[in-house]
Design a protein around this ligand. Structure first.
Ligand code: SAM
Ligand code: SF4
Length: 469
């Protein structure tokens, strides 16, 4: 049989996810697309019939990892063939989008290359792979075995995806917006994910209700520029993120609501107000600023200066005094002087962060930043990154320590590192370890914090579990 439509034997797919939460969401949705074809999730490539690498192109290191993983998979595929079976290899995500044909050239063992806007067509692509394999077995010579789909289809993939199946330990991601029109000069996203697109309100509400019905008590709304959301509603109006958050917060059974990733330019008054009066919205906001130097922010084409960021933080803390902030920083953007970097360190010092992601600038082919003169030596970038991470690390440790002695609701996510331990997340996304049973996973339970470390806290269950049930 050529087509991989519903099979009499369940098959196994291993999906490896690189990069951001949007990719985690896409991987879950690919699993949803593959399930009706007979694919269950596998824990490793060795046990799988199909391997999907869902890739990230944001920094050079992230995309190079993909090629080394493909080398390993090629060896596995050859072993399988010698044993008379096969392994299908698919590359999805942003490396697939950006380097489609290059992937097929560098690694001919790859069967499918599919971009982030086209993975709803995986069933057709796998059917095409199977058709080609059958022709080859019948002795036909084909110009290339791989199948490539890196179109930005006119139809939205969301209209073609099955209803979501993935709620992990009471928590789920929900993608509401994709793509980006902002063209920061360091970033590949506008090229790999395409133009900004907001899903219609009704589709999002339907998916949110379905996820809560499947047991989600926490939803994280996702978008490359999530607060640029402007979705069409059934009555012809356009909803902002704030309006959407208020509506989703009304869903019975939903306790926690988050959104990521925001851009300072799109933090409007209504959204700031929502942090003060939507109780389900968690007191934690990831708001990337990238740099504290106005000169560098301009060269990055961020469209705002440090003052706007500081004003947003002040206003957010005025409406929600316990709000904790996280951010993204890039050090060593072309032309960044010691004094620019000092401005970034000062901004961090003045603001106070509960955590942050920080990166050395990575020169990405095709972006305006890659063509700029005055690229910064790697050694300078590394020294700046170490200094910045040390400062953030001190702030994070201080933030964690300040919670010791308090009691807070924790959503338990998985078994902890030590036997008998479970790991959960605080409202501020801190990792909290307690001694307890795996039956806590997926539940929100009050915990009294006893110790605060650099990256986590420990605590004790503070309620009788019958009360918490
Ligand atoms: N849309 C978000 C925003 O505007 O801040 C960020 C999305 S991007 C996927 C995640 C983070 O990767 C960015 O905030 C930035 O800090 C980092 N990043 C993107 N391109 C980079 C590059 N060329 N080198 C280093 N870090 C980069
Ligand atoms: Fe990339 Fe800038 Fe768009 Fe964020 S806003 S995805 S950093 S181009």
């Amino acid at each position: 049989m050529v087509s991989p439509t519903v099979s009499d034997r369940r098959k196994r797919v291993f999906i490896r996810t690189y990069g951001c939460q949007m990719n985690v969401y896409d991987s879950d949705r690919m699993a949803d697309v593959l399930r009706p074809l007979g694919y269950d999730l596998s824990e490793s490539a060795e046990q799988a019939d199909l391997v999907v690498l869902n890739t990230c192109h944001i920094r050079e290191k992230a995309s190079e990892k993909v090629y080394s993983e493909l080398g390993r998979l090629r060896a596995l595929k050859l072993e399988r063939r010698e044993a008379g079976s096969d392994l299908t290899i698919a590359v999805a995500g942003c490396v697939a989008q950006a380097e489609g044909e290059e992937i097929a050239r560098r690694q001919p063992a790859v069967d499918v290359v599919v971009g982030p806007q086209a993975y709803h067509r995986l069933p057709q692509l796998l059917a095409e792979v199977a058709r080609k394999a059958a022709l080859v077995r019948a002795g036909k010579r084909l110009p290339g075995a791989g199948v490539l789909d890196t179109e930005f289809p006119a139809e939205s993939k969301f209209d073609h995806l099955p209803s979501p199946g993935s709620v992990r330990a009471g928590s789920a991601f929900l993608s509401i917006q994709e793509g980006c029109d902002k063209f920061c000069t360091f970033c590949v996203v506008p090229y790999t994910r395409g133009a900004e697109y907001s899903r219609p309100v009704s589709a999002i509400l339907r998916e949110a209700r379905a996820l809560v019905a499947k047991g989600a008590v926490e939803l994280t709304l996702l978008g490359q520029n999530v607060n640029a959301y402007h979705g069409d509603a059934a009555d012809g109006s356009t909803w902002s993120l704030a309006r959407l958050l208020r509506e989703i917060a009304e869903i019975d059974g939903l306790v926690r609501l988050r959104y990521t990733t925001s851009h300072p330019r799109d933090m409007d008054d209504d959204l700031i107000e929502a942090h003060g009066n939507v109780p389900q919205l968690m007191p934690y906001l990831h708001l990337p600023v990238q740099s504290g130097s106005d000169r560098i922010l301009e060269a990055m084409n961020r469209g705002h200066g440090r003052d706007l960021f500081r004003r947003h933080v002040d206003r957010l803390r005025a409406v929600r005094p316990d709000l904790a902030l996280s951010s993204d920083f890039i050090v060593g953007f072309p032309g960044e002087s010691d004094s620019d970097f000092d401005d970034t360190m000062r901004l961090i010092d003045e603001t106070g962060f509960a955590s942050a992601f920080s990166f050395m600038y990575s020169r990405r082919p095709g972006t305006p930043g890659a063509a700029l003169a005055d690229q910064i030596p790697e050694s300078v970038k590394a020294a700046r990154l170490a200094a910045l991470q040390a400062l953030i690390g001190r702030q994070q440790h201080e933030f964690n320590r300040a919670k010791v002695g308090t009691t807070m609701p924790v959503l338990f996510a998985e078994a902890g590192r030590k036997p008998g331990q479970v790991l959960g997340k605080s409202p501020w996304l801190q990792s909290v370890y307690v001694d307890g049973s795996p039956s806590l996973v997926g539940r929100i339970v009050d915990v009294r914090l006893t110790d605060g470390y650099a990256l986590s806290l420990t605590g004790q269950i503070a309620t009788s579990l019958e009360d918490a049930a």
